[in-house]
Design a binder for this molecule. Sequence first.
Ligand SMILES: *Cc1c(COP(=O)(O)O)cnc(C)c1O
Length: 374
Amino acid sequence: MTQIEWDRIPMVDLTEELTFIREPILDKMTDVVDSGQYILGEKGEQLEKQVADYIGSTYGIGTASGTDALELSLKALAIGPGDDVITTPFTFFATAGAIAQVGARPVFADIEKDTYNIDPASIEKAITQNTKAIMVVHLYGKAANMQEIMRIADNYDLRVIEDACQAIGTEYNGKRVGSIGDIGCFSFFPSKNLGAFGDAGLVTTNQPELYEKIRGLRNHGSTKKYHHSAIGMNSRLDEMQAAVLLVKLYYLDIFLHKRKESANRYTENLHRLLKTPAVAQEQEHTFHQYCVELAERDELASVLDQSGIDSAIYYPVPLHLQPAFDYLGYQKGDFPIAERAAKRILGLPIYPMLSFQKQDYIINTINNFLANNG
Ligand SMILES: *Cc1c(COP(=O)(O)O)cnc(C)c1O
């Protein structure tokens, strides 16, 4: 047994990267304190511009969360009661939650077995005359098949919202995700690849009308103070979070590179023994999560746990089988590929500062488990 110098290995350790960024973040936060401007100020505007530039979109609009970014996007596209939005059942709840929240109907389409992203062929089968939009998720940081999805959207005159909450910086055919559809939505939840010190989100678009609409809707439908042209919500990205995010955005590519290095190391050491993530091109996966797939998933999770290693299931219950969506009338067996993935997927610890030493310990623990169970 090797000597272990830590208590447990968590899924994410957000404190380790502070070594590099604590000072500049505290400096920028002090600027905000001294400015007296805490909501809709200079830092928020800087962040909107810089994130839009980074993504390759014309406009950025800060929001209070990724969930709100999704909801505001649907509202800006005038999607509501009577409308269907096609999405994946294999995602975080918020994707479909936002669709239901604006009064539209989430319509699920099954996923591809190797990428875990929505399958364009099943999108096409789910289209009806009520379909208004496709909400694509780039799950775990891996780009969905946007070429096919945009082709389908063009053919059927559907809008495309990219839920890029897990995929900031991911590239697809030379573009960054979030700049390909009509609207891109990002989350800066602390554990996301670009994380704030609280809740925050952002919308990107190239379309000036959508930009104006979303900017109004996030501020009670007002672009001029106390004049309201629509009924919106209170969903702004505050100056403190903008201060944190401006510093972290500067380091984002370095941190994404380190994630990819960790992911490659996992894959090199594990791909012979279990199913590792599919990556066709270097840039198309930024590894918000590193998930492996195996039949003995629960046994491996419990061995990891006993060895002091956290792991997590993203996601144990596909959305069409969630009690909250009973009213949609879906049943077990409707989306077999998503259901199978939910039974077999396991996320391993991954974060920019994950040390080789810790990673080797994780890899060895998995190898030992598979040697005894394979
Ligand atoms: C995190 C996440 C969201 C929601 O973002 P919040 O900022 O937590 O509201 C939406 N969709 C996906 C795929 C996510 O991973």
